[in-house]
Design a protein around this ligand. Sequence first.
Ligand code: GLU
Length: 455
Amino acid sequence: MSQVRVRFAPSPTGFFHIGSARTALFNWLYARHTGGVFVLRIEDTDKERNSERFLDVIYESLRWLGLDWDEGPDRGGAFGPYRQSERSAVYGEYLEKLRAAGRTYEKDGATWFKLIGERTEVFDDHRKKTVTKVKVAPTVIDDLIRGRVERVEDEDFVIVRSDGNPVFHFVNVVDDIAMRITHVIRGEDHLSNASKHVELFKAFGAPVPQFAHIPLILKQNGPGKMSKRDQGALVEEYQRRGFLPPALVNFLALLGWNPGGDREKMPVGEIVRLFDLPDVNQSNARFDERKLAHMNMLYLLELTPDRFVALARDYFQRHHPEAPALAADPAYFREVMLLSQPKIRGFEELPAYTRYLFSDEFSADPNVREKVLGKGDPKARLAELIAALPEIDFASDASIEAGIKALAARHSLGFGDYQAVARLAISGTNAGPGLTSLFRVLGKDRVGQRLQRFA
Ligand code: GLU
């Protein structure tokens, strides 16, 4: 078989959303899986709705996700230009071919594509006008995901509007022919267009590419397709929030595809190796932001300490340049970040999660306070801990634990009897890294001060 050529063909009419990213990813995966070519084609014929700004967002998001293209506006290639706004000459040429084949006519100032078949004029009650119905055999779409789909395309349709602008169906098919696209992988919302496209391919005498219409992404809660307005729908939001691109890629790959079994976390190379179009599900995939957060956590856990610390610093610099964390001693910053690495799901949690480690100005969470102070005799435990502090060895988590356990034993109590109140006193909360790690990182003096302040 000849080399696979796929394309991602976004229109720069809005921000880049999760659905587009998934379409781009499936094309990229298929190209890489087959050793094929991934083309980026910009469908920017709608002058009113396109903007350069949105085009930049497309480039930026694809690059951030690591979805590199082999041919495209910025890279060139043998079948360029790759922006439809620069391809009018090509469209003119192809229109001429259809004209010469007798497959077009002019009506109401527009150019129409003429279906082949017996024609009858009928009055359409709904549209309140006379339309030409054409007796045709159903158009067959052999879809790699949906299977065989039949649709009846029985009305001629406009391919060049009266203002001279060619319509989507026409330029889309012309470019797929001119760019030698072998597989059209796109969202299922385009399945309803596929019959028009197949008829155009046939009219040009061009081979019909393989179609693969991928299922929709349903919104997290409730029925319906995820839209650009839904929370969590935009790729740049994840970029801004400090998500790790490989985590998002892994998550997106699983929106409508799985390798069988219950494997979820997979390096991208493995996804490339296993991905194939017939394995894409027919049923719609539901977007689940918790699953994405969990995936991100799994990828965070895998980062080397150096990388985690560097990315964390970068996150603070970009989003919280005033944070006391950045003013802290770098070695201390590192210690705190490494305590946080196994505990957070995303960098965006870091500022709140580590706040009390970089500043003495924090107040106790009232609910936690009420809960902790309402049980046993926490004030007595606190006083005992303060008194014992000088003897506790702060060299390591283990020595701190041993010190607190020795104290507890003297009072016939356990480590747990000191834990909640000590944590509340030094952090204001009941969640966070292990107590002994917090003690060690804060150091004896600061721990002593905070215990005293709370006593
Ligand atoms: N420009 C179309 C879109 O953004 C592309 C359709 C296709 O992939 O064929 O939906």
